[in-house]
Design a protein around this ligand. Structure first.
Ligand SMILES: [Zn+2]
Length: 274
């Protein structure tokens, strides 16, 4: 299957990507994106063909999971307001990329990226086929490409032009462009059960905060026991020993080797006092 593509750049520099599954079948996928998002997706796939498996399953099944609404008596269809067309369309784009021949996709592996032409209007060996038009009335630029590969090359060119750099997600290892905050360390791709790395990163932070909160609470409690029992022999040394083992339990819990309940159980007792 041959895919033609278009990049629509609005007055507010908002970019929209359209993918056509040949003509005249018409539009295949359409979604908004930021500079570099297209090529970085190709790069992730070039490095790991299965990088988006979880994601695809979730995105493409989304219409099935949507609540049904009654179109006419007896006929129910998925509620399109709940299915998020752009979200699903990005999945369709990824599945087309996944089917790209190896030799085309491997052009986007990090090591071969310098292949990008410095001038998009320059055809030839390293150039790409793009047709440019400008709509004065709506102040929008339309770039038409005869193949998806050309569109990806154009996006690579923009990455170079705007000098933007992808970062590596600290959870899944995919490259991404932090569009909202520059210190973002987790990507917006779906990692597991429909949750993005960002969602999971947030959950991990909440959990880490909870572990520390419990640890500190118990530490204070044990410290108070020490203060209340100065008459006990070697109480300070015993407390120090307790503190060492409590710290070990904290580490195990932070590494996910024991549960929060197990950590609490291990460090809240009074055995250390006697
Ligand atoms: Zn990620």
């Amino acid at each position: 299957m041959n895919y033609a593509a278009e990049i629509f750049i609005g007055q507010n520099v908002e970019r929209c990507f359209h993918l056509y599954a040949g003509q005249p079948e018409g539009q295949f996928a359409s979604f908004h994106y930021g500079v570099g998002d297209l090529v970085v997706t190709a790069r992730n796939l070039a490095n790991d063909r299965d990088a988006y498996n979880q994601e695809l399953k979730f995105r493409l099944n989304k219409p099935l999971a949507a609540p049904l609404v009654e179109l006419s008596p007896g006929i129910k269809i998925p509620d399109w307001r709940e299915t998020d067309g752009e979200f699903i369309n990005f999945g369709a784009f990824v599945s087309v990329l996944k089917d790209m021949p190896e030799e085309e996709l491997s052009a986007f592996k990090p090591s071969s990226l310098p292949f990008i032409p410095s001038n998009p209007w320059e055809r030839g060996e390293s150039g790409f086929d793009v047709h440019f038009s400008f709509d004065r009335q709506i102040g929008a630029t339309l770039l038409s490409f005869s193949s998806l590969h050309d569109a990806l090359m154009y996006d690579s060119y923009e990455v170079k032009k705007y000098d933007v750099h992808p970062v590596k997600c600290q959870n899944c290892g995919k490259l991404f462009f932090p569009h909202s905050r520059s210190d973002e360390i987790y990507c917006d791709n779906i990692f597991r059960n429909g949750k993005t790395c960002k969602d999971l990163g947030y959950e991990m932070k909440v959990k880490a905060d909870q572990i520390m909160k419990e640890y500190r609470r118990i530490y204070k409690m044990q410290n108070a026991r020490k203060q209340r029992n100065p008459q006990k022999r070697n109480i300070a040394a015993r407390f120090d020993d307790w503190a060492v083992s409590a710290k070990q339990a904290l580490k195990l819990c932070q590494n996910g080797e024991i549960t929060l309940e197990e950590m609490k159980h291990r460090i809240s007792g009074t055995d250390w006092m006697s």
